[in-house]
Ligand binder design. Structure first.
Ligand code: SER
Length: 317
């Protein structure tokens, strides 16, 4: 039986991953680790154990791992791409000093570790179409620099110390529970909120800018499937390309207009977001994930749009 600690359990991915892990492994076996000021609420709080774990404190991580007899850590503490550009030192402190703490505790206590990478780990010189699993990674953002370092450090702890590190490169993730904060792909979440609230959407990204995106249920499934995969089949570890859909602002706008014909969108380009988006892949090739651990997404743009609109309508009235 797995005993799991989620670090960053109240964030965009963590809040839903913690609930999904509780469903699969039992409520009592999944500990929600959060920082002071971002306490779990509602179902996340009521359904299982939670504890303060600041990723920048190795002692706090070690104490939680020992107290709850943890064998698997999902390390989701990170700043997203846009906010990391305004706080590069903090992005490094959380992303890399924090990862070092997690990996050291994992080495001492024999834990497996999942620390996601991202489409942000690629740069403008990377092939943008069908971006290969193994290719040039020279990102120009601090977010990307921390993600490439995450991949390298995680592989290093596997090859040097045998720590069972595994990860995926997440596309932009779209969900209707906890909103993202400070990412380049956030527009693809915000657009649904605007549509359901009956507002005109102001898009910060230029038409024609393709990026990989994924609906949250597929993203959660990818993380859990990879951590369950047979290690003998894994030729790669940190980190696998995973893909399910790639679209530009016009494509998601039209997907929503199919169900809400009156919905309107205008453009007001954010230069920083546009520069970051232009440096990321149009679409990654995820053949290795499909072959090595059976990755297969369920949602395309249309199926996601139907579900997003339905869930947001219920919640926002
Ligand atoms: N969603 C992230 C961002 O936009 C990319 O992985 O920063």
């Amino acid at each position: 039986m797995k005993r799991i600690l989620v670090i960053g359990a109240t964030g965009q991915i963590g809040s839903e991953l913690t609930m999904e892990l509780r469903k699969r492994y039992g409520n009592g076996n999944v500990v929600a680790g959060y920082i002071t000021g971002a306490e779990p609420k509602g179902e996340l709080k009521e359904s299982g154990p939670s504890t303060v774990v600041d990723v920048t404190s190795g002692e706090m991580i070690a104490a939680a791992v020992k107290e709850y007899e943890i064998d698997t850590i999902y390390n989701l503490a990170a700043l997203l791409s846009v906010v990391a550009e305004s706080k590069p030192r903090l992005a490094w402190k959380i992303g890399i000093d924090g990862l070092w703490n997690v990996l050291e505790v994992a080495r001492e206590c024999g834990c497996a570790v999942f620390t996601p990478s991202s489409i942000g780990s690629f740069g403008k010189d990377t092939p943008h179409v069908d971006t290969p699993q193994d290719t040039l990674q020279r990102p120009s953002t601090m977010y990307g620099i921390t993600k490439v370092t995450t991949e390298l450090l995680s592989d290093y702890y596997f090859s040097k110390y045998g720590v069972d590190t595994r990860a995926v490169r997440f596309p932009g993730i779209i969900s209707n529970v906890t909103p993202p904060g400070g990412g380049t792909t956030d527009y693809a979440v915000d657009i649904y909120y605007a549509a359901v609230k009956g507002e005109k959407f102001v898009c910060p990204i230029k038409p024609g800018t393709l990026m990989d995106m994924m609906y949250m249920p597929d993203a959660l499934n990818a993380a859990i499937m990879l951590m369950e995969a047979n290690p003998e089949k894994l030729l790669h570890r940190n980190a696998f390309n995973i893909a399910s859909m790639s679209f530009d602002p016009e494509m998601i706008y039209q997907a929503i207009r199919k169900y809400m014909p009156g919905f309107e969108m205008v453009y007001d380009i954010d230069p920083l977001k546009q520069r970051i988006a232009d440096s990321w892949p149009d679409r990654m090739d995820d053949t290795c994930a499909r072959e090595e651990w059976g990755w297969k997404p369920k949602y395309d743009l249309d199926a996601m749009t139907v579900d997003m609109l339905e869930k947001l309508r219920l919640r926002l009235g």
